[in-house]
Design a protein around this ligand. Structure first.
Ligand code: HEM
Length: 387
C-alpha cells in the first residue's frame, strides 16, 4: 500500500523523502557514536582515577626550578596590575573587608578529630578573616570570579613551620569558593600562569596543536570556578582545595555558612550594579543591622584506598568517599570593620597556608609551590608599599 503510494509521488517528493531518511539515519549514527565516545571517555577516566593512592608526598624532579619561574611570573603580574599608589596581591587583590572573629573548637569533639589547633575541645581562638575576590586586580563584584576567605588564628602556641617566622604564632586557613583547582601540579601551573600573564587565556589550556597537551577538563574547572557573586561573602562555602596534614592523617577543609547557629536574618537586597556590593552586604549585616555571621569549619580526612590524591589539586575529594566533619564553629560578631585604618591594615596583612604549625603542614605540589610564591609576592608588595 505504502510502496504504491510512493510510486504515485512525483520524483521531487521522492528525493525529499529519501533525503529525510538519510538525514534521520545519519543523526542516529552520530548519536550512537557520541554515546559510545562518552562511555569510553567515562570508563577511561574512572580507570585512571581509581584508588588506592599514596598517603605520602611525591616530589617530581625539577620542581624547585619551576617554582623560581612561577615567582618571576607572579611578580610580573603584580607589576602589571599595580595601582597608582599601591602594589596589590598577585591574586585576591580586592578585599570586601577584614573582620574579627571567634573560632570555637566543638566542645564535644571526637577524640580522633582533636588535632593541632583543634586539640582542646571548647577552646575559643581569636581570629582575623579577610574576604576577597579572586581576580589579580579589583573589578566589579558582579563579574564572575572565585571568592576567597583567609582565616588567621592568633596566639597559637607551638613551633611555626617557617624558619623566618618563629615569632609569629598564627595558624592560617586559606580557601576559595570552589572545591578543586584548574591545574594538577607545579609543571602545569607554570605553563598555565605564564600564558595567562601574556594575555593568552586560551593558550593556557590549549598550549599547542598536539591534542595530548589540551587540558579540556581543567578549562571547565576554571570556567566553573569563575562563578556569579553570592548575595554576601557570608553566604558561600570556601574550600581549602589542596590537602594538609591533620595530625597523622591528611585532610582538606572547608568553611560553610551555618545560619542555624545565628539569629534569623534576612539580608536586604543589595544593588548589584554597584562595584563593591559584597562589601556593602557585609557592612549591612555586621555594622548597620548588627547581626553576627556564623560558619562551620569542617575537615575531610583522606582515605587512601579511595581516589583522594595528594599531588593533584584538580581532583575534588568526593564526599561519598569521605564526609566532611565539623571541628569548630566560627562567629563573626557585629562590628564596624569598614574604616580607612582597618582597610589599610587589612591590605598590609599577609595570609599564607604555611603560616602555621606542623600538625597542619600544607602538603602536595601546589602547596609546596605556594610556600615560595606567597612569601616572595608578599615581600615584594610590602617593600614597594614602603614596609
Ligand atoms: C590551592 C588553591 C589555592 C587557594 C585556595 C588560594 C587562595 C588564596 C586566597 C584566599 C588568597 C588571598 C589571601 C589573603 O586574603 O590575603 C590568595 C592569595 C595569593 N595566592 Fe593563592 N590560592 C591557591 C593557589 C595558589 C597558587 C597555586 C598560587 C601561585 C603559586 C597562589 C598565589 C597566591 C599569591 C601570590 C597570593 C597573594 C599573597 C600575598 O601577597 O600576600 N595561590 N590565595
Amino acid at each position: 500500500m505504502i510502496s504504491t503510494f510512493k510510486k504515485d509521488l512525483p520524483p521531487l517528493a521522492r528525493i525529499w523523502l529519501w533525503l529525510g531518511r538519510l538525514l534521520g539515519k545519519t543523526l542516529l549514527l552520530l548519536l550512537a557514536i557520541g554515546l559510545l565516545g562518552w562511555a569510553v571517555a567515562w570508563a577511561w577516566f574512572a580507570w585512571q582515577h581509581r584508588g588506592p593512592v599514596s598517603a605520602l608526598e611525591q616530589i617530581p624532579p625539577g620542581e624547585s626550578a619551576m617554582t623560581q619561574e612561577v615567582i618571576q611570573t607572579a611578580v610580573r603580574i603584580v607589576d602589571q596590575h599595580r595601582e597608582p599608589t599601591r602594589y596589590l596581591r598577585d591574586a585576591h587583590a580586592k578585599a570586601h573587608g577584614c573582620v574579627k572573629a571567634q573560632v570555637l573548637v566543638l566542645p564535644q569533639l571526637a577524640q580522633s578529630l582533636q588535632q593541632g589547633v583543634f586539640s582542646e575541645p571548647g577552646k575559643t581562638w581569636q581570629a582575623l578573616i579577610r574576604l576577597s575576590n579572586g581576580n589579580a586586580y579589583p573589578q566589579f563584584d558582579s563579574i564572575r570570579d572565585a571568592r576567597g576567605m583567609a582565616i588567621k588564628l592568633l596566639d597559637v602556641p607551638g613551633n611555626p613551620l617557617l624558619d623566618n617566622r618563629q615569632q609569629q604564632h598564627e595558624q592560617d586557613f586559606v580557601m576559595f569558593s570552589h572545591p578543586n583547582f584548574f591545574v594538577s601540579d607545579v609543571a602545569e601551573y607554570r605553563q598555565n600562569v605564564a600564558a595567562q600573564a601574556d594575555g593568552k587565556k586560551v593558550m593556557a589550556f590549549v598550549p599547542g596543536w598536539d591534542p595530548r597537551t589540551w587540558q579540556v577538563r581543567h578549562l571547565f574547572i576554571a570556567l566553573a570556578t569563575l562563578s556569579p557573586a553570592p548575595d554576601s561573602p557570608t553566604r558561600t562555602t570556601y574550600f581549602s582545595v589542596s590537602p594538609y596534614k591533620f595530625g597523622e592523617s591528611n585532610a582538606k577543609f572547608r568553611v560553610t555558612p551555618d545560619p542555624d547557629n545565628c539569629p534569623a536574618y534576612t539580608l536586604p537586597r543589595q544593588n548589584q550594579d554597584l562595584p563593591n556590593f559584597l562589601r556593602s552586604a557585609l557592612n549591612q549585616q555586621l555594622s548597620t543591622d548588627r547581626v553576627p555571621a556564623c560558619f562551620l569549619l569542617q575537615i575531610q580526612r583522606q582515605d587512601a584506598n579511595k581516589y583522594m590524591p595528594i599531588e593533584d589539586t584538580s581532583i575534588e575529594w568526593r564526599e561519598q568517599d569521605s564526609a566532611f566533619e565539623t571541628v569548630a564553629r566560627i562567629t563573626v560578631p557585629p562590628q564596624d570593620f569598614d574604616t580607612p585604618q582597618q582597610n589599610l591594615d587589612c591590605d598590609n596583612l599577609s595570609f599564607n597556608p604555611w603560616f602555621g604549625i606542623e600538625a597542619h603542614r600544607p602538603i602536595g605540589g601546589i602547596n609546596r609551590l605556594r610556600k615560595a610564591v606567597y612569601e616572595a609576592v608578599s615581600d615584594y608588595r610590602h617593600q614597594r608599599n614602603g614596609g
